[in-house]
Design a protein around this ligand. Sequence first.
Ligand SMILES: C[S@@+](CC[C@H](N)C(=O)[O-])C[C@H]1O[C@@H](n2cnc3c(N)ncnc32)[C@H](O)[C@@H]1O
Length: 263
Amino acid sequence: MPSWNADQYLKFAHERTQPARDLAARIAVDGPRKVIDLGCGPGNSTALLAERWPVAAITGLDSSSAMIRAAEREYPQFHWMAGDISGWAAEPDTLPDNLFDVVFSNAALQWVTDHPTLYPALFRHVAPGGALAIQVPMNMNAPAHVAMRELASTPAWACMLPSEGVREWHVHDARFYYDLLSSLAARLELWETEYLHVMEDARAIVEWYKGTGLRPFLDALPSEADRENFLADYADRLDDAYPAQADGRVLFPFRRFFLIAYR
Ligand SMILES: C[S@@+](CC[C@H](N)C(=O)[O-])C[C@H]1O[C@@H](n2cnc3c(N)ncnc32)[C@H](O)[C@@H]1O
C-alpha cells in the first residue's frame, strides 16, 4: 500500500474530482438514504455525494489514516471509517448496516487486488433499487506510465527497486467488468472518457503522479536523495512525451473507465 499525502493529492483537486462529479451525476437512484464512498481519500469525492443527495447519510471509508484524518478535519458532518475496502466487501451483506443505496468508489479500486472477487462482493452491499458506481483510471499505456515503468527498469534504478517489481494498478478492460457483473445486475452502464487536463508544464505531471501513481516507486527507494533523483530522471522523460502548446502549457490526456451496476 503506497503512502498517501492529502496535501499532495489535493494539488489537483479540481481535475481529480471532476470524474467523481461526472459519475455521481449519472447515477439514477431516487433519493438514496445511505451512501458510502470507498477509498474516499481526503473527502473530496464524499463531499460531492452530499451535494448530490443532501439528505442521505454519508459514510467515507479509507485505509489511510492520513487521508481519513484530513477528511474528518474538513467535513466533520459525515461518518468516517478507517478500513480496507476488501475487508469491508467481505463483511456479511445480510446485516442492514452493511447495505447501501449507493456504493460509490472514485479512483480507488485500482489499488485493490482480486477484482473477480471484489466487484461481485461490493455489488452484494447494494440495497434493492440501488447502484454500485465505480470510476478507475485506464491509462496504464499513457506516456507518463510507460515512462515510470521504463525508468524503473533501467540498470541505474532496477538495482534499487524490488526484483519482483513495484506494485502496479489493478485494472482490467470493460469486457472483463461486463462479464463479472452482467448476470448480477438489473442494468449495467459502462463508459470511458479521456480528459485533457491543461497543465502548467510537463513538470506539473510529475507533481500529479507524486500524489498517486509514482508513490509505489518512491516508497520502494531507500533514501530521500534517491527519490529526488528518480523524480528528476522521470521529469526529463516527460518533457519529451508532453510537448508544450503555443502558450507553454501542456495537454495531459487521461483516460478513465466508469461503471454503474443497478440492483
Ligand atoms: C486516488 S485516492 C481517491 C480519493 C477520492 N476518492 C477521489 O475521488 O479523489 C485513492 C484512495 O484510495 C485509498 N485506498 C487504496 N487502497 C485502499 C484499500 N484497499 N482500502 C481502503 N482504501 C484504499 C487510498 O488510501 C486513497 O485515499
